[in-house]
Design a protein around this ligand. Structure first.
Ligand code: BTN
Length: 292
């Protein structure tokens, strides 16, 4: 906690950041000759881009390096809401416990400590995926497809993933730890061989360099909006963006793999899977095959 507070910026540094912000416009890059990467990432700039009444205003800390932003928030437990991003993570992880490659400053690696009503907790991963897709659309005009329960895809490759973990508290609802990993600036050789065909960055998909601070601010703005939106409306947007509905899917739930047709996603976030024997399974969470 003390470490995080020490890293918060003073109002003076927020003002000073405004001149730097001119360097942070998105630029179309020629495919043949990519510009050298320069993407300064500063909390003060994120604050300048947020609406003044945002609950995330002046809540962001950016570290040069850390193990995992999820783990730092979990152990330091600053007051919620708190936003912690890192240029580099040495032990980033995804769901469930898989490594998340983030030992480079090429993406947005961020965690948010949030207090949400218990009833909203099961939907948080879906709402955050929508917010990340909103941010990508707003900044690039690209329309990511959503892969239940937590992935954003472009060109059938993974652009981003959302991870929601919880922190139990005595006599209070759990806190949510919401992690987002979004590939921004990678080129083919920046991914390890095993991910080259299944992962994609926004630069690869759009030839645009979207600054991390701009993406983070757009994500936080849209997350605020999605958390306030009536659930049926948000879930209808999810159904529209989810490419899996109507398709045959294999889903791993614990140690069981279920294969069937994805009929719909209900307003509780459960995927309805019709099995070959005609029965319907309503699945709260699981891992779906990749690529689908
Ligand atoms: C997934 O697709 O499995 C979710 C990936 C989540 C990665 C992010 S990066 C920031 C935060 N810190 C972590 O260690 N993980 C999340």
């Amino acid at each position: 906690m003390r470490g995080l507070v020490a890293l918060m910026r003073s109002p003076a540094s927020v003002v000073a950041a405004s001149s730097k912000s001119r360097r942070l416009t998105s630029t179309a890059i020629s495919p043949s000759k990519p510009a050298p990467l320069s993407d300064p990432f500063e909390a003060a700039h994120v604050d300048l881009l947020l609406s003044p009444n945002s609950p995330f205003h002046r809540r962001t800390t950016i570290l040069k390096t850390c193990t995992s932003t999820q783990e730092i928030l979990r152990t330091q437990l600053p007051p919620a809401p708190a936003v912690l991003a890192a240029e580099v993570q040495t032990k980033g992880h995804g769901r469930p416990g898989k490594p998340w490659l983030s030992e480079n400053p090429l993406g947005l690696w961020v965690s948010i400590l949030l207090e949400v009503p218990s009833s909203q907790l099961p939907l948080l991963s879906l709402l955050a995926s929508l917010a990340a897709a909103d941010a990508v659309r707003a900044l690039t005009q690209l329309e990511p497809a959503l892969k239940w329960p937590n992935d954003l895809l472009l060109k059938n490759r993974k652009l981003a993933g959302v991870l929601v973990e919880t922190i139990s508290r005595l006599n209070q609802p759990p806190l949510a730890l919401l992690g987002l990993g979004l590939n921004l600036h990678h080129q083919t050789d920046d991914f390890p061989p095993e991910l080259k065909d299944s992962a994609i960055s926004l630069f690869q998909a759009s030839r645009q360099r979207i600054p991390r601070s701009q993406m983070l601010a757009a994500f936080l703005e849209n997350l605020t909006r999605r958390l306030d939106q009536p659930t049926p409306e948000a879930m209808e947007d999810w159904r529209q963006a989810c490419f899996q509905l109507g398709r045959t899917l294999s889903i791993r739930v614990g140690t069981t793999i279920l294969t069937g047709t994805a009929e719909t996603l209900d307003d509780s976030g459960h995927l309805h899977l019709r099995l070959p024997d005609g029965s319907l399974q309503k699945i709260a969470s699981g891992e779906t095959d990749f690529p689908a």
